[in-house]
Ligand binder design. Structure first.
Ligand code: TRP
Length: 329
């Protein structure tokens, strides 16, 4: 059995791409592995040092995870800042992390470009904190997107380095978890590429009917097919791909026919797509709102998560302290 761990930053809402991508797999995976899912609110401070809405962001992501079907009784679902052991392991790992290798990380270089006015030490050591997140639970599998592969590689490096420096085989090397065939790629609404929160092309799980309609109606299309049965260019294929996940087979078939006969009206198709996305999302959206407003439930979930995560984390940390040589008098 694998120990699977995944973290999500507390900035930004979950979107359809997250849902059909990782989330749906997490919901299955939680029954087959020992799973740790957490909200990385420490990490958020590297880009948002004084967030007015830190707490409500965390509440939102937690409500979304729960509404989507993560079971806090089955998986360990927690908030990073509830587990101070992570911060201590981060401190210890920092002693064996080198400025040079941290400066060479692409995510760091990106951030230096994006926020030159705030190149803080937390940004530099972001991969160290991420490594602490992972190895504190001795995770063996970490589902990550392309943009986080290098950070995971750093986590492997720090785990191996710890083992080598203290001459132990204590931390396993966390491997990327590859969803492979199971991963449905959801395109964005801007004509190319996949749905992502920073691309501004996403439909969020908490979007209202009105917002969904506006976003879908704005989606990029072209002037229409000119030949019967022609291959669809990317922006059009994207609309069909979205339709395939939310609409009935008959609906997809219908618009496919229309396209092939050069008789499609994108406006009609988009209206249908917006309506079907809304039908799909509305029970999730309602659940998110219900959970978001249920403070006593959220409190219980966070407490349980923190308790389970800390139990395991403190065990690891105690052993790490012994390995390094901290001793009580
Ligand atoms: N850096 C990740 C991201 O931006 C979030 C994250 C923090 C994470 N700690 C993690 C992901 C540990 C996986 C494992 O998406």
């Amino acid at each position: 059995m694998d120990i699977v761990l995944s973290g999500i930053r507390s900035t930004g809402n979950l979107h359809l791409g997250n849902y059909f991508g990782a989330l749906k797999n997490f919901i299955k995976m939680q029954h087959e592995n020992q799973c740790y899912f957490f909200i990385a609110d420490f990490h958020s401070l590297t880009t948002h040092p004084t967030p007015a809405d830190l707490h409500s962001n965390v509440r939102q992501v937690l409500a979304e995870y729960l509404a989507a079907g993560l079971d806090p009784e089955v998986a360990t679902l927690y908030i990073q800042s509830d587990v101070p052991e992570i911060a201590e392991l981060y401190l210890l790992l920092n002693m064996n992390a080198y400025i040079g290798e941290l400066e060479r990380t692409t995510t760091f270089k990106d951030k230096v470009r994006k926020q030159p006015e705030n190149v803080n030490a937390g940004l530099l050591t972001y991969p160290v904190l991420m490594a602490a997140d992972i190895i504190i639970h001795k995770a063996t599998k970490v589902p990550v997107g392309k943009d986080q592969e290098q950070n995971l590689e750093m986590a492997r490096k720090f785990a191996k380095r710890f083992n080598r420096m203290y001459n132990v085989s204590f931390f396993p090397e966390p491997q990327p978890y590859n969803f492979g065939q199971k991963l449905v790629k959801i395109p964005g609404l801007d004509g190319s590429g996949k749905m992502g929160k920073s691309e501004g092309n996403a439909i969020n799980l908490s979007d209202t009917e009105e917002v969904i309609r506006k976003k879908v109606m704005r989606a990029v299309t072209d002037s229409g097919p000119t030949k019967m049965n022609q291959t669809k260019p990317e922006p059009i294929q994207n609309l069909f791909t979205l339709m395939e996940v939310v609409s009935s087979k008959d609906t997809v078939e219908y618009y496919n026919e229309k396209y092939n006969q050069c008789a499609i009206r994108y406006g009609d198709m988009k209206k249908q797509l917006a309506a079907d996305i809304n039908t799909f999302i509305s029970p999730i959206r309602e659940k998110i709102i219900e959970i978001y407003n249920d403070t006593s439930y959220l409190h219980k979930v966070a407490e349980l998560g923190a308790q389970k995560a800390r139990e395991n984390a403190s065990k690891t940390l105690k052993e790490v302290r012994e390995i390094i040589g901290f001793k009580k008098f």
